[in-house]
Ligand binder design. Structure first.
Ligand SMILES: Nc1ncnc2c1ncn2[C@@H]1O[C@H](COP(=O)(O)OP(=O)(O)OP(=O)(O)O)[C@@H](O)[C@H]1O
Length: 258
């Protein structure tokens, strides 16, 4: 396989990424900082669904923030498709997030005064981009939210709000959707619908999805789970089931899958 074909099928690549918090102040050294990431290597295939798991404080949010260009690693390189985001200025990273990354949040983060449709279109409007109506129709239809577009968030259930949130994340056809505990506030049934749609989006639209979760059942919807422990990747589960994920969480370090 050539380097070019590897790049063509990789959505995100992290090479030896470290993050130390608290060393930005003058005179501080790594010795006084919190080492949140300690050399993470990761490759995420285009069109795949990756779940990131690990105990509280293991570095999941930090890794996601670095991969999504929300924060800068202390060292190492991160590439989104053909762009090395660790080489970009703050301003360029802001543009990259706006144009090529979608976010789904545990608390939905919809604006209460806007209806569903306006919430979905807001990021595009802010970016001054014209919506692709055919694509939006496809997303709205796949999420079955056509009859909810004129309602405000307060008139929608949690599951419906989250589906609006997912449509908003997909509206710009981003390279990657990052989902932070997207089912954390949902009942089991609505959570399942959300996870099924995220998986469907990878299969049907070739969407790449990266999800942080504490829930082995949620993780079992992904193609691959990576486990973090103390800022390092401690394990990986391919084609996960709730049982294999639980086993991996309880026995870190054991290699599974292909
Ligand atoms: N802004 C910050 N300043 C200092 N330390 C931080 C900061 N953000 C995170 N940390 C520390 O970095 C480590 C990793 O935190 P992170 O939030 O990435 O973990 P997590 O796995 O997402 O945890 P949780 O599951 O509780 O959300 C922790 O020790 C945390 O206290």
């Amino acid at each position: 396989m050539t380097l070019t074909s590897v790049a063509a099928r990789t959505a995100v690549r992290a090479i030896n990424v470290t993050k130390v918090y608290g060393v930005d102040s003058p005179g501080a050294t790594a010795a006084v900082g919190v080492q949140a990431l300690r050399g993470v290597d990761l490759e995420i295939d285009k069109g795949s669904f990756l779940a990131v798991m690990g105990p509280s404080g293991s570095g999941k949010s930090t890794l996601m923030h670095c991969l999504a260009g929300l924060d800068r690693p202390s060292s190492g390189a991160i590439t989104l498709e053909d762009t090395e985001i660790t080489a970009l200025s703050e301003r360029q990273r802001t543009d990259l997030r706006r144009d090529r990354i979608g976010f789904v949040f545990q608390q939905y983060h919809l604006l209460p005064e806007l209806n569903g449709s306006e919430n979905i279109l807001l990021p595009l409007e802010i970016a001054g981009r014209r919506p692709d109506q055919g694509w939006l129709d496809t997303v709205v239809s796949a999420l079955q939210i056509g009859d909810q577009l004129s309602r405000r968030p307060s008139q929608l259930s949690g599951g419906q709000q989250q589906r609006i949130g997912i449509a908003r994340a997909l509206a710009a056809r981003p390279a990657v959707v990052f989902a932070d505990e997207p089912t954390g506030n949902l009942d089991a049934r609505s959570g399942r619908d959300v996870l099924e749609f995220l998986r469907y989006s990878t299969r049907e639209f070739g969407q790449t999805v990266v999800m942080v979760t504490h829930d082995p059942v949620a993780a079992s919807y992904s193609d691959r789970v990576v486990l973090l422990l103390d800022g390092r990747i401690s394990g990986r589960v391919d084609e996960p089931t709730p049982e294999s994920v639980l086993d991996a969480l309880q026995n870190p370090g054991k290699r599974r899958g292909r």
